[in-house]
Design a protein around this ligand. Structure first.
Ligand SMILES: C[S@@+](CC[C@H](N)C(=O)[O-])C[C@H]1O[C@@H](n2cnc3c(N)ncnc32)[C@H](O)[C@@H]1O
Ligand SMILES: [Zn+2]
Length: 188
């Protein structure tokens, strides 16, 4: 059987620095062309139960996690053996997106990006019927965009964009903090 072609990423085009949005963020070190696959989201691959267990002890009003849902079986915990990809912050006006391919997660530029710009993607955290009332507060967004949604959660009335998502199997975007929601709900 022929070996599959290696996945080309450009981790050299990004660096970690302090962010105005939250803690550390990830920034462009050079010009990045739209469509560039920048970096793979790496970390320990664990089950949902194990991910829940790891975050169960945290304060339920703290949304900070390094978890990324791959599928119904697997979560990547970038808090263990993670790389710089774990430092992408959320924005309501993102310049990147996450893409799941063969159960691996990559971050790609969706615009041409100038050096020094913070790189972000929309976490698009989905809502659940039994979310606590203060869920938007817990997941408050500080991206600074003039039309910021005010929350990292996806609005109830809008469906996630379908265009490229379908073609590329874009992560159904419960992204990093989704598991934290589950853990918080369990403790109520
Ligand atoms: C994977 S971390 C991103 C890196 C993070 N800034 C750090 O220093 O570890 C994800 C967490 O960063 C915070 N965060 C990311 N984007 C945010 C935003 N737009 N507004 C508020 N907090 C944000 C949330 O606590 C989220 O759970
Ligand atoms: Zn925002």
């Amino acid at each position: 059987m022929a070996a599959s072609a290696p996945v080309v990423t450009h981790p050299d085009l990004v660096e970690v620095r302090r962010s105005k949005v939250h803690g550390l963020g990830i920034f462009a070190t050079g010009r990045i062309k739209k469509g560039t696959r920048l970096i793979e989201y790496i970390g320990e691959r664990v089950s949902h139960d194990e991910a829940d267990r790891r975050y169960d002890e945290k304060d339920e009003n703290d949304s900070h996690t390094f978890l990324f849902i791959v599928d119904s079986k697997t979560v990547i915990d970038a808090g263990v053996d993670g790389n710089d990809a774990r430092f992408f912050n959320h924005s309501c006006d993102p310049n990147c997106e996450s893409v799941v391919e063969k159960r691996r997660v990559f971050i790609e530029a969706i615009r041409n990006i100038e050096p020094g710009t913070e790189l972000t993607y929309d976490y698009q955290i989905q809502r659940d019927d039994d979310d606590p009332q203060n869920i938007d507060e817990v997941f408050a967004c500080r991206c600074g965009f003039v039309k910021c949604r005010g929350t990292m959660l996806w609005p109830t009335e809008r469906k996630p964009k379908k265009n490229k998502a379908k073609k590329k199997n874009k992560a159904k975007k419960k992204t990093i903090v989704k598991k934290k929601k589950k853990a918080a709900k369990k403790r109520r």
